[in-house]
Ligand binder design. Structure first.
Ligand SMILES: NC(=O)c1ccc[n+]([C@@H]2O[C@H](COP(=O)([O-])OP(=O)(O)OC[C@H]3O[C@@H](n4cnc5c(N)ncnc54)[C@H](OP(=O)(O)O)[C@@H]3O)[C@@H](O)[C@H]2O)c1
Length: 450
């Protein structure tokens, strides 16, 4: 197998891709023999690159030396298609088996996607119908609906849809995969999963990090394109979709598309930019890019009539947190001592993976006081060893030709339609400069009482 990473000196490769490939190697999940070619712009020898990566990744890597005998670094500017002859010659000189898989992973900003894809097609490194050659695109696929359509057209003119993998690593997360199981493997949830019983759904993804060295990428993207168009919309689609006729990949995606097609965002959107953003590397001094966004959306369907879905995400928050909170409507009975609180079902995605159900019961003792109680399921506590990282799962799925946890073109197309609409509204909304998480969450709470 030849596994090529374009964008190999980037944050994603260091933090996620190399560790994921290493763990798959350690678990003997990679096809053998395998070669990993890391393509970046900076000038390094392979040994220097390997040392640099090792110095940046935390944890125990007892078989690192063995793993690295399969790893190579190539310095190349991929903004020009002409340079791809360098890449082809480099790979040809390795005399790899012609029977092995070839996976090209684009860990780059989206505007490089068409250049790299076209060059791979033109140099016949990626050929239509050769199911052993596959191309993986990081999110976001495109920069808006128009560019996404153009990239997709370019691909499908030359290769098969089944050779294309559009990644959204949220879908590889254990608790995202668990949403459908919890919903459809239990009688108790599905029957109350609708506007008659659910008051609101909140999907929140907070990051403590700033843009760090990724200003060049982030400023063209912002929170809307970096988080909402992909991770948050995909999460919403899983929570809101109707039960599919069967649990096949196609049927599930059809239902998700139904949700995205009927998604409508209310006009009052909250945008923020953290104080100090304009001083970050590669950020224009007058940038209006949002690093925080909170929005209220509705799914126009029978099931979700008038039910608000709140989506909240931001950088430079005080913590890293991702969770879904489903709040149920008030109980109808009146209790003399202690009014019942609203039931909530919280699906925790990060830092803990778990599910908490809050319900009401009688307080212990002589008197009949109502008090809130929690059923608490910790997902990680119940499995032996570490939960696999999303990227391990997704890379393995690419190797095994399994696209079920990757996004289909119509999911992306419908997501971009909504994002383009929000982008148009953005010009009319204030951009709050914030110093802390609480400042932005206070604005959200004042507006929507969350
Ligand atoms: N970082 C994350 O945690 C994360 C998570 C999920 C998805 N993603 C997605 O992954 C993609 C990459 O993100 P990232 O954070 O890794 O970005 P990044 O840190 O900015 O890295 C970008 C990479 O592209 C390379 N590059 C840029 N222009 C180049 C050129 N003309 N020729 C050759 N190489 C060039 C850079 O090389 P040099 O540094 O050598 O210039 C670097 O290796 C984005 O689409 C992002 O949305 C990232």
């Amino acid at each position: 197998m030849l596994f090529t990473i374009f964008g190999a000196t980037g944050d994603l490769t260091t933090k996620k891709l190399i560790p994921a490939l290493y763990h798959l190697f350690e678990e003997e999940q990679l096809p053998t023999p395998f070669t990993i070619v890391c393509v970046g712009r900076r000038r390094y020898e392979t040994e220097q690159f390997v040392e640099l990566i090792r110095s940046k990744i935390e944890g125990d890597y007892p078989h690192w030396e063995d793993f690295c005998t399969n790893l190579h670094y190539l310095s190349m500017d991929f903004s020009s298609e002409a340079n791809f002859d360098i890449f082809k010659n480099y790979v040809d000189a390795m005399h790899l088996s012609t029977n092995g898989q070839k996976i090209y992973y684009l860990a780059t900003a989206p505007h490089y996607f068409p250049i790299i894809a076209r060059a791979l097609i033109v140099t016949h490194m990626l050929n239509r119908g050769d199911m052993r050659s596959k191309i993986v695109f990081e999110k976001p696929f495109g920069e808006n609906l128009e560019t996404a359509k153009a990239y997709n057209r370019l691909l499908l003119e030359s290769i098969e849809e089944s050779q294309v993998y559009r990644i959204d690593h949220y879908l590889g997360k254990e608790m995202l995969q668990n949403i459908l199981t919890v919903r459809f493997a239990n009688k108790i949830f599905e029957s109350i999963w609708n506007h008659e019983n659910i008051e609101s759904v909140k999907i929140i993804a907070l990051e403590s990090e700033s843009v760090k060295q990724r200003g060049g990428y982030y400023d063209r993207s912002g929170a809307l394109k970096d988080m909402v168009q992909n991770h948050l919309f995909q999460t919403l689609a899983l929570v809101a979709m109707d039960a599919p006729m069967g649990l096949s990949d196609t049927l599930i995606k059809n239902e998700k598309v139904e949700v995205l097609e009927h998604l409508q965002v209310s006009n009052d959107i909250i945008f923020g930019q953290y104080a100090g953003y304009l001083q970050e590397k590669d950020i224009p001094e007058d940038s209006k890019t949002e690093t925080f966004v909170a929005l209220k959306a509705y799914v126009n369907s029978q099931r979700w009539r008038n039910t608000p879905f709140y989506l909240i995400t931001g950088k430079k928050m005080s913590r890293k947190l991702a969770e879904i909170v489903i709040t149920f409507k008030d109980a109808t009975c009146f209790f003399e001592r202690g009014q019942p609180e609203k039931n909530t079902l919280t699906i925790e995605i990060f830092p803990r993976e778990g599910i908490i159900l809050k319900f009401n019961g009688k307080a212990p003792g002589l008197w009949s006081y109502t008090m809130p109680m929690h059923l608490d399921y910790c997902h990680l506590c119940n499995i032996i060893g570490n939960s696999p990282e999303a990227y391990e799962k997704l890379i393995l799925d690419v190797i095994h030709d399994d696209a079920s946890l990757f996004t289909r073109w119509d999911e992306i197309e419908n997501s971009w339609k909504v994002i383009d609409e929000i982008e148009r509204l953005k010009a009319f909304e204030p951009l709050h400069v914030y110093y802390s998480e609480s400042e932005m969450l206070d604005i959200v709470n004042k507006k929507w009482g969350l």
